[in-house]
Design a protein around this ligand. Sequence first.
Ligand code: URA
Length: 271
Amino acid sequence: MGSARHAGPDSERLDRLIAHGLGWTRSAAQKAIRRCRVTIDDVWVRDPATKVAPKAQVKVEDRVVPRLDRTVLMMNKQAGSVSANVDASERTVMEDLPEPLRRDDLRIVGRLDKDTTGLLLLTNDGDLLHRLTHPRHGIEKTYGLTFEGTLDGDSAARFEAGLTLDDGTQCAPAHITFTGPDAAEVLVHEGKYHQVKRMIAAIGGRVITLERTRMGPLVLDADLQRGQTRPLTEGEIEALDQAVSPSAGVAGSSPGHRVSHERRLEDGEQP
Ligand code: URA
């Protein structure tokens, strides 16, 4: 096949390229490919995972798919900046970007509170953003925190069972490990409003500092100072793509949970 002949380390997955280039969902791109509507350099392809070389031309029927550059940045967010593109009164994480990395099409993947620090992703890839934040994929996030107060003795079991927050909101099963007398690491698969702070409040504590250290396969780069940002490496992007690919498992959740959730959403395609 023509694409395979040219495929190399800079190649991009066909379904992802179409989704990014046309602003489609990945499943819409996959459908078009499977229905034999897509060519690479005028050769029909039917496998959404086909790798496309950088100079190859992709068409959906007669429409050329623009090859948009894809940016994914890792920031070590500093406390004091708000997770917003613009804000009338507060400093935003976008203002923390050095000039060469600033661009208007960047979006924030999973906001952090103003006082939360750590791993924040910024991207111009709408499909990736959707996949990283959609509950279907249950991307695991790890937070390190310090707290005050005396926590309930059965905190860990309550996390595992799925906490009920003070306002009655039900959380999915999560995990807490105590790393010191007033420090813990929390793993969650969802991103409810102030989730970790509210979870700690539900077990009798108050969060003092909160830092996101991991998101799916990505670990906060220890060499990034607070407020600093760098583009992801090819390897990190590949790992992220794998984590959100339709065939990826959901780390830490039971297979039964994942399958039933997946089915519900796949039928209707769009959430
Ligand atoms: N949970 C919170 O409470 N705050 C954050 O910023 C992230 C997760």
